[in-house]
Design a binder for this molecule. Structure first.
Ligand SMILES: *Cc1c(COP(=O)(O)O)cnc(C)c1O
Length: 421
């Protein structure tokens, strides 16, 4: 009886070409974003005859013979079977799609969470003795990774004013190895001058990493703006349905090998089921983002007119620090922003949030359901002072009808009595 043959090193994974392979595989003119979101990563060798790349659950990949087994050791690329930890067509297809959607990108690594993407990307560029600059508005777990883990690795983190722009060069020392940017910040929404910061960094030989979760490559093509490694918590808009944790880091030629090898050395792998759901989310990214954008703007403008509301920190509105930079650099705005309850104290803010019915109370964002969260940027800052006076509430505007969300907010204001009012 013959050996059961594997296909580990066959160039085409599924040899039957589906009827639409001409559509998915031919070289193309540049496609518009909605077309890219629906088509990217759907190579016919990964989909076979069906529309979505199927879930390939695998640890062992089988080789047809020992020669192929030996050959497998010398190639390390998506699209080459090797072993489950290096992924299978489900994960390759998603990574491929994210690469296609980031102009200037060479490749994308997937991670089991956004935090894993940030920490593994940082580990790919830092070594003991280095210094890293981190925006003071950064996501708290990024700060904590730097303050605890990187510190133990003898890497020193310095925090900078997110509005620093090209003056960041004044903070460079000969030990500065990397800058971790996040624009806008996900609590206080300052928009950074990413092109100016990255230009200064590149001149000094410093690597730039951007947490681009709020905008995604759709609204902020980060590599084109000078960023070296663009990171998203795909948990948010890519997945879009609040049911999967996932991270991704996308980069250009210079860092691709290092990013890939480091992720592999750290044993990073994403389950094919999660990759499948993320790829499925990706197909509707364009329409979801457009609806999040439109509903969030409607609601932010409505809030701005309320007498109980102070600043509305939405990058597309003038109250937001860095709004002019948003106008210059971004192609759109997403569904997450904060606003100030004038004279709000802890109790009155809690009464407001508790009175909301359609807004869930919980972490994360980017899903189809609206969320409200009391947030306190002052607690997470060391380099700059948070000057906001009122109590901040962060809203994730989901895909409900904005009229219903506005009615819900209007009702909550009935329960809100600012301190002293
Ligand atoms: C949620 C989030 C992350 C982390 O993503 P997880 O998938 O939850 O680990 C990173 N950065 C920002 C800005 C986020 O909002």
């Amino acid at each position: 009886m013959g050996r059961r043959r594997g296909h580990a090193q066959s160039d085409r994974l599924i040899r039957t070409r589906p009827w639409n392979s001409a559509l998915t595989d031919r070289p193309r003119k540049p496609l518009k974003p909605a077309t890219q979101a629906t088509n990217s990563g759907r190579r016919s060798e990964w989909t076979g005859a069906v529309v979505n790349p199927p879930v390939w659950r695998a640890s062992t990949h089988l080789y047809p013979d020992v020669v192929a087994l030996r050959e497998g050791l010398t190639s390390n690329a998506d699209g080459r079977f090797f072993y489950g930890r290096r992924g299978s067509p489900t994960q390759w297809s998603l990574a491929d799609a994210l690469t296609e959607m980031e102009p200037g990108a060479t490749g994308t690594m997937l991670y089991p969470s956004g935090v894993a993407a940030i920490s593994c990307a940082l580990l790919a560029v830092l070594k003991p003795g280095d210094e890293i600059l981190i925006a003071d508005s950064s996501y708290d777990p990024s700060r904590s990774f730097a303050d605890v883990f990187l510190k133990r690795m003898e890497v020193t983190a310095h925090y900078y004013d997110p509005l620093i722009g090209a003056d960041i060069a004044n903070l460079f020392s000969d030990k500065t190895r990397a800058i971790l940017l996040e624009s806008p910040g996900s609590l206080s929404f300052e928009v950074q001058d990413v092109p100016a910061i990255c230009a200064a960094a590149r001149k000094a030989g410093i690597t730039t990493l951007l947490d681009n979760t709020w905008a995604t490559s759709r609204f902020f093509p980060a590599l084109e703006k000078g960023v070296d490694i663009s990171i998203v918590a795909a948990t948010k808009y890519i997945v879009g349905h609040s049911d999967v944790m996932l991270g991704a880091a996308t980069t250009h030629d210079k860092y691709w090998n290092r990013l890939r090898r480091t992720a592999q050395q750290l044993g990073q792998v994403v389950s094919p089921d999660d990759a499948y759901l993320a790829a499925r989310g990706l197909r509707t990214l364009e329409v979801r983002l457009r609806q999040h954008e439109s509903s969030a703007l409607t609601i932010a403008r409505w809030l701005k007119e309320r007498e109980e509301v102070g600043l509305v920190l939405h990058p597309a509105l003038p109250d937001c620090p860095g709004h002019e930079i948003w106008k210059r650099d971004f192609l759109g705005s997403s569904g997450l922003f904060s606003f100030e309850l004038k004279q709000g104290d802890e109790a009155s803010r809690a009464a407001f949030v508790d009175a909301l019915d359609l807004f869930g109370i919980g972490y994360s964002w980017g899903g189809y359901e609206s969320l409200a969260l009391p947030v306190d940027p002052a607690k997470h800052r060391t380099a700059t002072e948070w000057k906001g006076k009122g109590a901040l509430v962060r809203l994730n505007i989901g895909l409900e009808d904005p009229d219903d969300l506005i009615a819900d907010l209007a009702n909550a204001f009935e329960h809100y009595h600012g301190a002293g009012s």
